[in-house]
Design a protein around this ligand. Sequence first.
Ligand code: FAD
Length: 244
Amino acid sequence: MAVPGAWKVDGEKVVTYLEAILQEKLPKSVIVIGSGAIGVEFSTIWRSYGVDVTIVEMLPRLVPLEDEEVSKDLKKEFEKRGIKCLVGNKVESVEATANGVKVKVSAEGKETTLEAEQALVAIGFRPNSKGFGLEEIGVQVNERGFVEINEKMQTSVPNIYAIGDLTGKLMLAHVGSAMGIVAAENIAGAETVTFDYEMMPRATYSHPQVVTPHEIARNVHAHPSLSEVLMEAAHAAEGSPIHI
Ligand SMILES: Cc1cc2nc3c(=O)[nH]c(=O)nc-3n(C[C@H](O)[C@H](O)[C@H](O)COP(=O)(O)OP(=O)(O)OC[C@H]3O[C@@H](n4cnc5c(N)ncnc54)[C@H](O)[C@@H]3O)c2cc1C
């Protein structure tokens, strides 16, 4: 994936996950832009080391792709730990200054300027698909830059396959890996499976952690077994218990 392009990332004051992981010193304060998995994971770890963390999220809740209830609990826990959560706030500009960064945010028509030592841009990831001549050889790339594939992981050029983040399906390591197996089996003409992205597990390693029990609930587990108990617990967590 390529780094976000919306603001000037200088790698020192305005950073992405890459510089944030590699830097050897902790910032005193950080403004985390975006509250997806990467934003909340960095917020968790930085706060554990005593960094002053402010999350800015444009949508009305943290981890907006997860259930509303999860967002509510996570915000409550984050605030208890001293992480400031500015939800419903849009970042208008990010500017590196002599001592750090200034981030202009707006909410309900009102603008505020936040200041910190660093800003982490945790939004706007783009696939690195341009400039390799993919379109020239007929590989269909959509308007967001993701390579289009069918259920065999085949692109619009039948002998070219694509997997992982580049396809924009579900940007998770284990999903990319499983897609690779399906692609390899299709290339080899071996028996394989049809991928169901709904059934892929998702986890966010914040504190508290966020997991999506859907795939545990919807997989069929042998009776009687421990995994069947987990399945029933997952159904209950989704709000539809089988045994009450
Ligand atoms: C901070 C962060 C935390 C994450 N945490 C999790 C997590 O906890 N769990 C999880 O499941 N997923 C996590 N992910 C997502 C996960 O990392 C990706 O889904 C996964 O790495 C995708 O694998 P990939 O092979 O598609 O792409 P990548 O891992 O990005 O691999 C692509 C490789 O291709 C190389 N490359 C690019 N262009 C070229 C070129 N022109 N020539 C040669 N090589 C090239 C790149 O350098 C890279 O090594 C996280 C991502 C980030 C950024």
